[in-house]
Design a protein around this ligand. Structure first.
Ligand code: NAI
Length: 256
């Protein structure tokens, strides 16, 4: 099912930071970048999870580091980027992936706490990450960033106004930052996955899973590895003319 071509080792000499690297899409991306030869900082507020992933990558022969990170706290992001640069010797690639889901609720009844939590994690967190990654990437001679948005970053979904607003915001942030940094040697793009079978969907009911599965033309949910593959392409030199754009990986969800 997945591409098996060995573009491999195309990330040798590169260091990468993956936020939310302890689980799901971040975990698959950390594995994919390490398999390509990158030294990877696995950054997550789930410290034990990050340590487990970093240990797995090291056991596979990669250089890896577990870093504590809470993307809602700018000081924590600054410290995580600094620790990654110091330990791994620079920063070339970043995947701003940490995010949370939210229970469905109408905008007119929306929990104010839920709104703040989702915006703080899924939008502010991407800004804080860029804020501290970009100077580090410039200081390392340039590189590439992928921000993880969603099909909810391009389309509305009833009951998901906070998540939809945050993920649309990620696309705007991606475009603005890409324009600022393209000529400085940093490519910044976004990936918009359809529904991917990760722990973020753990609380979803069987009925909901069945409904969202049917919304994908391919008739199944995506795998985290399928998102990681597109992300790796966008981070690689193979995507040298790709700047400031949003890339769907959604099993045909958006083709309706
Ligand atoms: P997941 O729940 O498996 O992984 C999310 C990771 O982010 C976890 O390791 C968690 O500990 C970490 N995290 C959450 N809040 C954090 C914070 N404040 N600071 C640091 N780390 C934090 O979820 P999944 O599915 O891998 O999601 C990854 C990204 O992909 C998210 O941004 C999500 O919105 C996005 N996405 C997911 C889709 C799906 O259907 N699974 C679809 C479209 C986008």
């Amino acid at each position: 099912m997945l591409p098996t071509a060995d573009y491999a080792r195309e990330f040798i000499g590169k260091t990468a930071l993956v936020t939310g690297g302890a689980s799901g899409i971040g975990l698959a991306t950390a594995r994919r970048l390490a398999a390509g030869g990158a030294a990877v900082a696995v950054a997550d507020y789930n410290e034990e999870g990050a340590r487990t992933v970093a240990a797995e990558l090291k056991a596979g022969g990669a250089r890896a580091l577990a870093v504590h990170l809470d993307v809602t706290d700018p000081e924590s992001v600054r410290a995580a980027v600094e620790a990654s640069v110091e330990d791994l010797g620079g920063l070339h690639l970043a995947v701003n992936n940490a995010g949370i889901g939210i229970r469905g609720q109408l905008t007119g009844d929306h929990s104010l706490d839920d709104w703040s939590r989702v915006i703080a994690t899924n939008l502010d967190g991407v800004f804080y990450s860029l804020r501290y990654e970009l100077p580090a990437i410039l200081a390392s001679g340039g590189g590439a960033v992928v921000n993880i948005s969603s099909v909810m970053g391009t389309n509305g979904t009833p009951g998901q106004s906070a998540y939809v607003a945050a993920k649309h915001g990620v696309l705007g942030l991606t475009k603005a930052a890409a324009l600022e940094y393209a000529a400085k040697g940093v490519r910044i793009n976004a990936v918009a996955p359809g529904f991917i079978d990760t722990p973020i969907l753990a609380a979803a009911s069987a009925v909901y899973r069945e409904r969202i599965t049917a919304e994908h033309a391919v008739g199944r949910l995506g795998a985290a590895e399928e998102v990681a593959e597109l992300t790796a392409f966008l981070l690689s030199d193979r995507a040298s003319f790709v700047h400031g754009s949003c890339h769907l990986v959604d099993g045909g969800y958006s083709a309706h």
